[in-house]
Design a protein around this ligand. Structure first.
Ligand code: BGC
Length: 361
């Protein structure tokens, strides 16, 4: 008896030390790229709101900008019995291995916001209309330009993010005819300049441009690139300038660099995500616009899709996105352009943010 008790104690110590006793089962696993960017913190908050209303168990894990951590997160969720995994990849192609592991276990994989590429192991994609995000940015710059020879500075997202291709192609759809007719002159991308006669760019052409003007979605990279570009240019390449910045974080750091250059008399700069800090920049006239992507809608769409799958139903989709391997059935959400003219109605009166979070509104 005593030996048996000793055995039981030893067994429970062993199980506790491996965490096995506490490992909770989850129905839906969510993997997000990083906690360090406000964009993904917005998504977490929205997921938590939706999760609170579901009877299912849900776990959110962060990959902190590492494909290795992302793979471990997927393994953890597989071990906990997840039936659906919602994943926003850090690196679109590297994530293929992780989702193939999940798929091999019979788990349904939903790509969230960023499409995982080069694999057939993605069942669904829940996203904003990313081409239209880029088009809204391009349209904003075109609407604010007149005459000929306006200096245009182009920046892009990370080469590892499929969205960077969609955002850039979207912007290019609108900007290219205006570059070809001389309204704009590209000042910082020989790759873009080389294809200024072509509207529909190939993946390779896009990769060449993005590789040249990438911010890596990193505010510091964006800042040093903008500084290097402005240092290399003369006063004649400045004056009133137009800047395609791919998201809010990079927009604020690029805007600060342009604002500090005494040869820049005025700048128009784009962004996306409606991050709080950028909303304040817009109110203060330091960032010209942002593209608002309502994360309440995206998180709810993804969770509702997961719940339908758990209930054995086939989720509704409304588009297909090609991921270099298959056409992935997708659910797409629209986006809204925000400038200082409508910031209050779109972001405050809709309850997305509270007026008290900003000054001067
Ligand atoms: C998202 C953007 C975000 C960027 C950087 C993109 O995939 O769609 O909303 O700003 O990643 O995290």
């Amino acid at each position: 008896m005593k030996r048996f008790l000793v055995f039981l104690v030893a067994l429970s110590v062993l199980l506790m030390s491996t965490g096995a006793v506490f490992a909770q089962r989850v129905d839906v696993g969510i993997v997000l790229p990083t906690k360090d960017e406000p964009r993904w913190l917005q998504d977490v908050a929205r997921f938590e709101d939706v999760i609170a209303q579901t009877p299912y168990s849900v776990e959110v894990l962060f990959s902190q900008g590492s494909s290795a951590a992302e793979k471990t997160n997927v393994e953890t969720l597989i071990a906990r019995g997840a039936k659906v995994i919602i994943i926003c990849a850090h690196d679109a192609a590297a994530a293929a291995i992780a989702v193939e592991m999940a798929k091999a276990e019979g788990i349904t994989v939903i790509s969230y916001d960023r499409l995982i590429t080069d694999t057939d192991a993605v069942d669904y994609y829940v996203t904003f209309d990313s081409i239209s995000v880029g088009e809204a940015m391009g349209q904003y710059l075109v609407d604010n330009a007149s005459g000929q020879g306006n200096p245009l500075y182009l920046y892009a997202g990370a080469l590892t993010d499929n969205n960077s291709f969609l955002f850039f192609q979207g912007a290019w759809n609108i900007l290219q005819p205006k570059i070809a007719d001389g309204t704009f002159v590209v000042k910082n991308s020989s790759q873009a300049e080389a294809v200024k006669g072509t509207k529909d760019l190939s993946r390779e052409q896009l990769a060449a441009i993005i590789g040249e003007i990438t911010t890596d979605w990193d505010m510091n990279v964006a800042k040093s690139k903008a500084e290097a570009h402005l240092t290399a240019k003369s006063a004649a390449d400045k004056g009133q300038v137009y800047v395609l910045a791919p998201n809010d974080g990079t927009s604020r750091s690029i805007a600060d660099v342009f604002a500090a250059d005494t040869d820049v008399t005025k700048y128009f700069i784009t962004g996306q995500d409606a991050e709080k800090a950028s909303v304040q920049y817009i109110i203060d006239g330091l960032q010209s616009m942002t593209v608002f992507k309502d994360t309440r809608v995206l998180a709810a769409d993804a969770m509702n899709m997961a719940i339908e799958i758990l209930q054995g139903k086939t989720p509704q989709t409304d588009a297909f996105y090609n991921n270099q391997a298959i056409d992935v059935p997708s659910k797409q959400s629209p986006v809204v352009v925000v400038t200082e003219d409508n910031v209050k109605s779109v972001l405050i009166e809709s309850g997305y943010y509270e007026a008290g979070e900003f000054t001067g509104i």
